[in-house]
Design a protein around this ligand. Structure first.
Ligand code: SIN
Length: 289
């Protein structure tokens, strides 16, 4: 990964931490993008895992047009959308609310058979302090493990489910029901399980990364939840250690685009009494291998 600012033909890419994340400047995302600029942005995403743009002025259609350059857009099965835009989730916390969306380490929608390639999050209204988002590099998390642990994990499969977040009996669903600003659906369908390798190979970079997360990973295939818990707890904590992370301070007009195949993220909930509103578009991905 480049650790100093790199100016390519169209854009400038400035890393924001030693682990992952870079700010990209020199591009207006509201305008149709030529293939050269698109290729540079795609390379910046693959090199840095999450990229940030400042001072963008985007309509919902423009956010979707930019995102669509990277793949087909997802419609979230359990979260309501912006009127007239099924592919955009409004992520809102009102002044008088306490619960936020995404306030725990997770990889987006790993409960799908083909989980997202990435997500594009655009800030409309941000608090005067707090409300930052953290990301963690899952390539580094894998690479820092011992040879023995890597060998053991390489053959393991994990069971993922949306049930812990969107199931009818889950604590998270009960908390979400208290949130008036966002519609989330608690449903028995969320209990469906899906299996993914614990270590996945990124389809574009070929690098290996850990692919388990506390929000959606239930257990290891062929083991009980109780048997799985000690190793899963170790991995959940290991994956998000500070040296693997970066932190982004939002302003209205900021946009983050993360690669969901090699990162986890966490939306900090430290701005009670202030409003935060974002629009998220999620791009479909492939079956992990
Ligand atoms: C999310 O998890 O997609 C939300 C991230 C954020 O609001 O910062």
């Amino acid at each position: 990964m480049a650790t100093v600012a790199v100016k390519s033909k169209q854009i400038t890419v400035n890393p924001i931490s030693g682990a992952l994340g870079a700010e990209v400047s020199g591009v207006d995302l509201s305008r149709p993008m030529d293939d050269g600029t698109f290729a540079e942005i795609r390379k910046a995403l693959l090199d840095h895992c999450v990229i940030f743009f400042r001072d963008q002025k985007l309509t919902p259609d423009q956010q979707k047009d930019f995102s669509r350059r990277f793949g087909h857009l997802n419609v979230h099965p359990f979260v309501g959308h912006v009127a007239g835009h099924p592919e955009i989730i409004p992520i809102i916390k009102e002044k008088d609310e306490k619960v936020n969306f995404g306030g725990g380490w997770h990889t987006d929608m790993s409960f799908l058979a083909e989980p997202p390639l990435g997500s594009v999050l655009y800030a409309l209204e941000t608090p005067t302090y707090g409300g930052d988002t953290l990301w963690a590099n899952q390539y580094l998390a894998y690479e820092q493990l011992s040879a023995g642990m890597k060998k053991m994990l390489d053959g393991l499969v994990a069971v993922h489910t949306a049930g812990m977040q969107y199931g009818t009996e889950s604590e998270a669903s009960k908390n979400s029901a208290k949130r008036k600003s966002m519609e989330t659906k608690a449903t028995a369908e969320a209990e469906t399980t899906i299996e993914h390798p614990v270590v996945r190979t990124h389809p574009e970079t070929g690098r290996k990364g850990l692919y388990v997360n506390e929000a959606f990973t239930l257990k290891f295939k062929g083991m009980t939840k109780r048997e799985s818990r000690p190793l899963l707890q170790f991995l959940f904590a290991h994956c998000v250690q500070e040296p693997f992370t970066c932190r982004f301070r939002w302003q209205p007009g900021s946009l983050a685009f993360w690669d969901n195949r090699c990162t986890q993220h966490y939306a900090l909930n430290d701005y009670h009494g202030q409003r935060r509103e974002m629009h998220r578009v999620t791009i479909d991905g492939d079956k992990p291998f």
